[in-house]
Design a protein around this ligand. Sequence first.
Ligand code: S3P
Length: 165
Amino acid sequence: MSSNNIILTGFMGSGKSTIGRRLAKELDTYFLDTDILIETFENMKISDIFEKFGEEKFREMEKRCFEWIKKDVQNTVISVGGGFPVFIPEIKEAGVVIYLKVSFEDILKRMNEKEIEKRPLFKDIQKAKELFEYRNKIYEKLADYIIINNDLNKAIATIKEILCK
Ligand code: S3P
């Protein structure tokens, strides 16, 4: 199946879901968030999945999600979890990959206690920073386009411009 999905990647807190939802609305298409999909499937919060089953099991769930997307999803804006492209480098097989790039300092500013609580891999800030530095290279390597997300409206406008080309 030829995929014309738009896949948003980026570190935790980079705005993938917010932008994805808005973009889908503006493009009059569908929106899907892999974390929400997994939570719905399992009827559990991501943080509970990590606690009860561990990260490895969560990555398996993401892989299953990817297989389904690749096979059955089209015309959809897809926001994926921060680790998704790291563990599934063949992500491009499911659509055009856009990396929403934000500095770690800006991500920290956006994160409040509730947002950190939802994300097991953000609880230790020092470790999260190291993870960010490691992953940034992977996000860049796997992206068809890199968008700096300092301003929501500008980021959406730039993505729309790219897609119309
Ligand atoms: C993760 C990011 C989270 C979620 C899980 C693991 C990661 O999604 O998938 O907590 O490995 O970076 P967001 O990027 O939407 O926070």
